[in-house]
Design a protein around this ligand. Structure first.
Ligand code: G3P
Ligand code: CA
Length: 262
């Protein structure tokens, strides 16, 4: 059995809710993740950033301007300051929501009644030296998921466009699975993923359409493929045909339905 296989339905890609069920409700909110879990997602994806008081929060952008009722740079705001803003009501479903911390998302994931895997994406970690990885590993240790017996049994996967970020995780927590996200050339060559010891590669679906042999090349090197962001039925079929292990989507319910017939 290859890495990452424990929490997936056999023979088909497992479904990862990208920023939660973000096609239906405000991304990175507790409601978006709860909805994804209720819809049967096998995994959850989140982006994490550091606040000025070194807390990890689930926010995609450098600023809170797009996804809240406020403005400001995440890394220049404390968690208390972020909590003063509404991160849900910008969305058409209109529900207000507090900023989500990684701790809160870990609690939801690990307390869910069936096993679910959390894909944690470190955003631009090199800006902070090794502080993002240090804080991330501290929180994973706190929740007892930093040292799984094997990658297959891990409830957390660290993903990043930063090869330095992936390398630091592998160095300090070698049993944690990691995925190097990246552009096609880097992933096709495989040298970056090999150099940092990533257990998987993460091409965009646009890259995969152009270079479907990425999946076989990764498999030949013992790596699984995680593809993002897979919201079209034709791409779900492509991923299933190629043997992609994880598909990250904004529409987990829809993708699960499509996977029934592939
Ligand atoms: O899951 C990987 C994917 O989320 C990377 O792109 O910009 O949505 O974080 P982005
Ligand atoms: Ca992401």
């Amino acid at each position: 059995m290859s890495a990452h296989d424990q929490i997936s339905r056999s023979g088909k890609p497992a479904v990862v809710a990208h920023r939660g069920a973000s096609g239906e409700t405000a991304e990175h909110t507790l409601a978006a993740y709860e909805l994804a879990l209720e819809q049967g997602a096998d995994g959850l994806e989140c982006d994490v950033r550091l606040t000025s008081d070194h807390q990890l929060v689930c926010i995609h952008d450098r600023t809170i301007d797009r996804t809240s009722d406020g403005t400001g740079v995440v890394s220049e705001m404390s968690l208390a300051e972020l909590k003063e803003h509404d991160f849900g009501s910008w969305h058409t479903d209109g529900r207000s929501a507090s900023v989500l911390t990684l701790r809160e998302l870990l609690t939801l994931t690990l307390d869910w009644h069936r096993p679910v895997r959390l894909f944690i994406e470190t955003k631009h970690p090199v800006r902070f030296g090794s502080l993002v990885e240090q804080r991330l590993l501290e929180e994973l240790q706190e929740f007892g998921v930093a040292t799984p017996p094997s990658a297959d049994h891990s409830r957390a996967v660290v993903i990043s466009f930063s090869s330095a970020g992936v390398w630091r995780i592998r160095r300090h927590a070698p049993m944690l699975p990691t995925i190097l996200l990246g552009d096609t050339a880097r992933l096709l060559g495989g040298s970056a993923a090999t150099a940092v010891g990533a257990t998987g590669i993460g091409p965009s679906v646009e890259s995969l359409r152009l270079y479907p042999d990425l999946v076989d090349r990764a498999a030949a090197a013992g790596r699984v493929t995680y593809c993002w962001t897979v919201d079209e039925q034709v791409d779900v079929q492509l991923c299933a045909d190629l043997g992609v292990r994880w598909v990250a989507t904004n529409h987990p319910a829809r993708v699960r339905d499509w996977l029934v017939t592939v």
